[in-house]
Each structure stands twice: as C-alpha cells, then as structure tokens.
Design a protein around this ligand. Structure first.
Ligand code: FES
Length: 162
C-alpha cells in the first residue's frame, strides 16, 4: 500500500482508496451512508481528512465480521463529537460485536442442521419445514423439534408410504 506523507492532511478519494484498500465506489457508498465525510474543493473534488483512513479501516473490519452498516454507523455516531474510533473504542465495540457474532454462529449452526434435514426432501412445507416457515407463522408446526420421535409424519414420507 502506498504511504501517505505525514505532512499531507487531506486525501483525495484516489489516495484514500489506494491507502485503505477500499474501492472508490465503496468509499462513495460509505459517504452516502454517513460513515465518512469529505469537504469539496473549489473544483468540486472530495477531500478527506487523514482520520478517514482509520474510519474506513474500522468500517471494513466491522463488515468483515458481518456487522450491518446501520449498526456500524450508529456506533460511529455514538462516539463523542463523532470522533474517529480510538483503540479503546474498538476494543469496547468489538467485544459487544463478538457476542452478536457468537449468536449468529449459533443460529447458523441451527440453520445448517435444518438444511441437512431438508436436503433431498423438497417439500418446503409450511407445516413441517423449519426453513420454509422458521417462525411457524400459523402455529402449524408441532411443539418442539419436528425431529422429536412423536413428530408429525413428514410430507415426503407420506408420499412414500402412501
Ligand atoms: S424441505 Fe425442509 S423439511 Fe422438507
């Protein structure tokens, strides 16, 4: 990555892109979402303060662990005077996000297990398929796991056994 001279206090979008590794289009998107900001030169070109480098690094790191942009924006907006997150901010926020990540991993494991059960089935039944109707919106699913021994007969089994 190209070094930006310390004496340079503002970066063009190209410099910010080259230094941060984020595509120019991603930087424009971040800006449109209020994650970074710039001023315009008299020639209507964007100029970012050096702080934007750290903000972009923060946004990209959070995105890599699947934190939604809205959550990232809220976290940035909650910092005093909307300052760029420092080391302590990142430590605190990443700790909270780790808990969210753990919960998502648990949910994904659950979904993977249900998907395994769906493979080769194809019923997509609102009554019995947990992936088709994860919230059991009509309350049709039997209480507890449909994999419990007393479960209702699976539609694919009904077809098989007539
Ligand atoms: S497709 Fe999910 S249980 Fe049949």
């Amino acid at each position: 990555m190209p070094q930006i001279p310390q004496t340079l206090h503002e970066l063009s979008v190209g410099q910010l892109s080259a230094r941060s590794g984020a595509a120019v289009s991603a930087l424009h998107f971040y800006e449109s979402k209020g994650l970074i900001s710039s001023r315009r030169t008299s020639g209507n070109q964007r100029r970012y303060s050096r702080d934007a480098l750290r903000r972009v690094a923060f946004v990209r790191a959070a995105q890599r662990v699947g934190i939604p942009l809205a959550t990232i924006r809220d976290a940035l907006a909650a910092l005093p005077e909307e300052r760029t997150p420092n080391r302590e901010d990142w430590a605190r926020l990443s700790e909270a996000w780790r808990r969210e990540l753990d919960e998502r991993i648990t949910q994904l494991h659950r979904l993977r297990d249900h998907l395994t059960d769906c493979i080769g089935c194809g019923c997509l039944s609102l009554e019995t398929c947990v992936l088709s109707n994860p919230d059991d919106v009509s309350g049709d699913r039997i209480t507890g796991s449909r994999l419990m021994p007393e479960r209702r007969q699976h539609p694919a089994e009904e077809q098989e056994h007539g």
